[in-house]
Design a protein around this ligand. Structure first.
Ligand SMILES: Nc1ncnc2c1ncn2[C@@H]1O[C@H](COP(=O)(O)OP(=O)(O)O)[C@@H](O)[C@H]1O
Ligand SMILES: [Mg+2]
Length: 366
């Protein structure tokens, strides 16, 4: 049905790689743009074009002969996408939506204007704004654009320690978090929507780093309903097409607040490759090509562990001796802290799932 449809992806990182893997099953004609000829997707495709996704001319040159264009990173040149949409390229999510999401400040305004529960915040442009804002003494400072994986997020305990601010930031009230959750929704141009089961992202408090992700998150049916209806409201208000990840905080006093949204497949959805009837990557392709969305049911419980270059190839392979362990390496050169892959552990028995995850970690730590 999609014979000959040229689908482009801005970015060639691991999300592009996994989109390419999903696309290959459907024999889709996928094109990628990345400035690194050795990027993650490079050894899986003949259609990698070299160029900078943040540069207007590079994005125009890449996109002008494509039918459909999507993204694997929100840090892209939106002006170029607006131009491409004007000349008839189907850009999903729409450029104006990407423009909101790539800026944490505009995201927060969107939540506030649409009564979507989120933490209190203020815009910060300079040191004077830090001194005059009405937040409590301690707050979270976030750079508005370009942050990821906690880079660009700082907890400020004493505002007098801040020297100066050079980029626009937001200051947020510190939330007393009980659980960090994420839910992935999808919507196609026909308006069909679907949601994967929510995931809990478990952080290591010592290292302040994501430890593992577990799906389904242990939540009440009422909590799951709130996650779904909030995500549906965001999808519909934005007239969204594609896959959208919504991160939530469950507060210690049992409120569900939206932390942030991502306009693409998300780290909290990698388990869907083995753990759900449709993966988030196939769902992205279905959504942006306006195909029927796939079933999102969970096949069995999963734990996902990010690989941050902390172990050896030999150890990664050794984890495969455990039943229900799936290894994904992203074709990236390891360096400390760099996300080079993930492992998904699947097991219908929750206790055995956690036991196997523990064993995987022990192997990785050797
Ligand atoms: N308002 C907040 N209160 C407490 N912790 C927060 C708050 N905002 C963010 N954090 C912590 O910082 C992490 C990263 O923040 P986030 O806004 O999700 O940035 P990133 O884009 O890097 O994922 C969150 O997962 C959470 O652990
Ligand atoms: Mg986040």
């Amino acid at each position: 049905m999609n014979d000959g449809v040229k689908l482009g992806v801005l970015g060639g990182g691991q999300l592009a790689r996994m989109l390419s893997q999903a696309g290959s099953n459907m024999n889709l004609d996928l094109y990628f743009l990345d400035s690194d000829p050795d990027c993650s997707v490079s050894n899986l495709t003949k259609n990698l074009k070299i160029g900078d996704v943040t540069k207007y001319q590079d994005v125009i040159k890449f996109g002008k002969n494509l039918d459909v264009l999507t993204i694997e990173t929100e840090n892209v040149n939106v002006e170029a996408l607006k131009f491409l949409a004007k000349i008839g390229v189907k850009v999903y999510p729409e450029p104006s939506v990407i423009e909101i999401i790539q800026d944490k400040g505009l995201q927060k305004m969107f939540f506030k204007n649409n009564d979507i529960p989120t933490s209190l915040f203020e815009f910060i442009y300079n040191k004077a704004d830090i001194e005059s804002n009405e937040l409590p003494a301690a707050f979270v400072l976030k750079v508005r654009k370009g942050g990821y994986d906690g880079k660009g997020v700082t907890i400020i305990k004493d505002r007098s320690t801040i020297n100066d601010i050079y980029k626009p930031h937001i200051a947020e009230q510190i939330i007393d978090i009980s659980k960090e959750l994420a839910i992935i929704g999808a919507r196609n141009a026909n308006g069909e929507v679907a949601f994967f089961d929510p995931v809990e992202m478990v952080f290591n408090p010592q290292l302040n780093l994501l430890d593992y992700l577990v799906c389904p998150a242990n939540l009440t049916t009422d909590q799951i309903t709130i996650l779904r209806t909030t995500t549906q409201k965001i999808l519909e208000t934005l007239n969204y097409v594609g896959v959208l990840a919504v991160e939530f905080f469950l507060t210690k006093d049992n409120r569900l607040l939206v932390n942030e949204i991502s306009p693409r497949p998300h780290n909290s959805g990698h388990h869907t490759i083995e753990g759900a009837y449709t993966s988030q990557f196939e769902q992205t392709l279905r959504a942006v090509l306006n195909l029927p969305l796939g079933p999102t049911n969970t096949i069995a419980d999963t734990i996902t562990i990010n690989l941050l270059g902390e172990s050896t190839s030999e150890n990664y392979m050794k984890t495969l001796s455990l039943k229900g362990v799936y290894l994904h390496l992203y074709n990236k050169i390891p360096s400390i802290g760099r996300k080079i892959g993930h492992i998904t552990i699947i097991n219908p028995n929750r206790n055995r799932l956690f036991e196997n995850a523990k064993k995987v970690k022990e192997i990785l730590a050797k």
